[in-house]
Design a protein around this ligand. Structure first.
Ligand code: OOG
Ligand code: NI
Length: 457
């Protein structure tokens, strides 16, 4: 008997394998994991209510393994290949992120699990960017990068054969799983040898650091992995205390009572030694790309909530505030308009919630027919649990890119995003994240309606 491995456990193996590989490649990432484990243990010990609410949300168990990563590919064909591999791992493209306006010549999507059970089992996400060579001005360089990219193969023949098997059979056989995962991990490993000479590398680098990062190497190396921390301010302080070269501020919303979306910070990319081919010899140089990041996740916002978030963030960045105000103070000021209690967030429909029966609700008999959600909530039969944000933020992502691209200017490209082009490369539409959260919320309400209706008969 050769049974299939479930996609959830395949994804778990992939996530664990990536984390082990990156810890070996970038030891400072291991330090980050230690800091996060320590901060999380302290927070959970001091805040039993948070511990309970994570358990209620089904997220306590996944917390210690929760990560996202990021990769950058060079061609539509490479993106299509990754989409096929990620599908086997139960990860689908969610959301469209245009980073050109922020001066980064890529557009992106996030491959992640989409249904509740899969998210609970292993929420591993990979932010995946496709280089947009058409934004690079120098036509000769563009053509040269294109040629290099078209000439490289990022998956081994064996890896491709295993992928085709999995697609044909509708799953990965248990006996093939270790090899399949090893072949997939190999795609994302670091190459300390470039595939172009140092002159070409320098010209790519001058056009945009990202062109060099994508086109000068054999494959789309994982450029960071991000564990989930429960108190990002404490973790940031600890990074600084340990002398780690951290980004100078935290991306995203300010610290609040009720966390929304996500807050992220990173340590800066490391300068690493690279060998460049030089005739029959090699030439030494360096490349700076890989870093470590941490993030604190809060609740997913509705389109209305997101519009308000964007407006607050815009206000904070517009700098209409007294000089000398630091980043944190500006953010806090700007977000005064954003309600910070669960009831207001729910009643103003700014955030998504999953509605679940409480212990009291399980024991309760409805007093009357025709009761609805407000009655259930008022009676304490039902609890509104914020739904965790599983996606990314374009402005934060641009900030993360920029802080790791050294002095690269933040001047935007004069170009619109091109969702259709990314979707053409993927061979499918990207999934709308709002729809996913909405579905989780609606399903929970339908479940309750059925439950309370059944109690009446
Ligand atoms: C991706 C940056 C985006 C995040 O957490 O927003 C990202 C990259 O640098 O390739 O990972
Ligand atoms: Ni990231």
């Amino acid at each position: 008997m050769n049974r299939f491995v479930t996609t959830d456990s395949l994804r778990g193996l992939f996530a664990a394998g990536m984390s082990d590989m990156y810890r070996q490649e970038v030891p400072l990432y291991g330090t980050l994991l230690d800091i996060v484990a320590h901060v999380n243990a302290t927070v959970l010990r001091n805040d039993p209510a948070l511990d309970q609410s994570l358990a209620d949300a089904g997220e306590r168990a996944r917390l210690d393994l929760e990560r996202h990563g990021a990769v950058r590919v060079g061609t539509a064909a490479e993106l299509a290949l990754l989409a096929r591999i990620f599908a086997v791992l139960g990860m689908y493209p969610v959301g469209y992120y245009d980073l050109a306006a922020a001066g980064v010549p890529v557009h992106s999507t996030a491959f992640r699990p989409v249904d509740e059970a899969a998210l609970r089992a292993c929420p591993f996400r990979i932010f995946t960017s496709l280089l947009r060579l058409e934004l690079i001005e120098d036509p000769a360089l563009r053509a040269q990068a294109q040629k290099v990219l078209e000439g490289r193969r990022i998956i081994s023949a064996r890896g491709l054969a295993l992928l085709e098997n999995a697609e044909r059979n509708g799953g990965v056989a248990e006996s093939d799983a270790p090899e399949f995962i090893a072949e997939v991990l190999a795609i994302f490993r670091w190459h300390s040898e470039a595939i172009v000479d140092i002159e070409t590398y320098r010209r790519m680098h001058a056009a945009h650091r990202l062109v060099a990062d994508v086109a000068a190497f054999q494959g789309p190396h994982i450029n960071h992995l991000t564990p989930r921390v429960l108190d990002i301010d404490a973790a940031q302080a600890e990074m600084l205390r340990r002398g780690i070269d951290a980004k100078d501020y935290i991306e995203g919303p300010p610290r609040r009572m009720e966390a929304i979306l996500l807050r992220q910070t990173s340590f800066k990319a490391l300068e690493e030694v690279i060998s460049f081919p030089d005739g029959a010899a090699m030439q030494r140089g360096t490349h700076t790309a890989r870093f470590g990041e941490i993030e604190q996740r809060g609740m997913a916002l509705t389109p209305e909530g997101r519009t308000l978030y964007d407006a607050c963030l815009h206000k904070a960045r517009a700098g209409e505030h007294p000089a000398g105000h630091d980043h944190d103070a500006r953010l806090r000021d700007a977000f005064r308009d954003f309600p910070d209690d669960l009831q207001a967030l729910r009643q103003q429909r700014l955030a998504y919630f999953r509605y679940a029966l409480t212990q009291k609700g399980k024991a309760a008999r409805p007093l009357a027919a025709g009761t609805t959600l407000p009655d259930w909530l008022a009676a304490g039969w039902v609890q509104a649990i914020p739904i965790t944000y599983e996606d990314f933020l374009p402005i934060s992502a641009a900030g993360i890119f920029r802080s790791n691209l050294g002095s690269a200017s933040s001047q935007g490209y004069d170009s619109q995003g091109s969702r259709a082009e990314l979707e053409a490369a993927l061979g499918r539409k990207v999934i709308d994240p709002f729809e996913l959260y909405e579905t989780i919320q609606e399903k929970s309400l339908e479940g309750l309606a059925v439950h309370f209706a059944a109690m009446l008969v």
